[in-house]
Design a protein around this ligand. Sequence first.
Ligand code: OSB
Ligand code: MG
Length: 366
Amino acid sequence: MNIDYLSLRLVELPLRSPFRTHQGVINKRTLIIVEVADQSGRKGYGEVTAFAEPFYTSETTQTAWHIISDCIVPNIDFKEVMHPFDFPEQLTGVQGHPMAKAGVEGALWDLYGKQTEQSLSKMIGGRKKRVKAGAVISLNDSTAEGIKALEEKGYERYKLKVDKGRESEIIEQVKQLSPDLPLMIDANGAYTEKDMAHIETLDDYGLTMIEQPFQAGDFYLHQQLQQHLKTPVCLDESVMSFHDAKQAIQLGSCQVINIKISRVGGLSAAIKIHDYCAQENVPVWCGGMIESGISKAHNLALASLPNFSIPGDLSGSDRYFEKDLVTPGIQMENGEIEVPSLPGIGVEVDESYLERVTKKSKRFCL
Ligand code: OSB
Ligand code: MG
């Protein structure tokens, strides 16, 4: 792919309002932007969506910075990467750290698309021109005003973050305001085995699914719950690889999978999971990470694949940010977002704004 250099930027984006869940609150979004450039000056961008703190998965911005700088860059022979699919195959010496890997792979996909003048969606076999959006209602937004504001924007699917013990109250509030809209909840592992009966009390609300009720790693407990529940169980944190997806499906631990490029270690793995789920008749949707327009553009390409049949956590730039790293920002209209059709990720990075929000940077000549 003729790669000249790779650079990392640690950026901090102010959030319009704090994003609060039972695991804590995010006031500003710390991210790593990965850039790869070829000798002709074409640039590809990827994003490491790990958080500053390890509340969601074990990675953090700092572990990812270390893994990319000290383990990935020195151990990859970028001259042998002819296509982005070649990159994960060279990563056998780096266990774990899916978000660090996904950020680099993402930059390679964008660059490859620019070099071959194809959109990312086209390169991976995407079919849809537009995808359905969905809003996540953090514990800060779960007020009548917060929900009305999202409905006025045009969101047609809601996901509520769980506040254990207050689920019914919040679900009923949303149902009163928007009785016909699809609604789901995301527990981010808030429940334990003792909550099994409590979760079953939510089964008659007609929720489209319950996401990640228990801790990641416990395929058994999710399987026990799914057996007793009409509502589909969806797994997020539990699925960190293709193998996790296969186990979850074969064991009956879920009926739906949330695919995040970052959590599964990159677009190659995300596509593989998508294809496997399609073969097993398990619908998937694209998860979000409160990310910038760079990662959102990658998500839109992924979500254009045929088995992404459920609206994802795909929102416009203005959902979380006053100003995004891409210009113009990602737009949500009438509950849908257009899949970019220009080469690579198909969005323009605002380099001067990127420079302004950069806290530190590092460049590796390859
Ligand atoms: O569980 O999907 C999650 C945000 C941070 C960490 C984990 C999750 C989330 C979201 C927000 O639900 C998704 C988004 O709108 O970007
Ligand atoms: Mg989730």
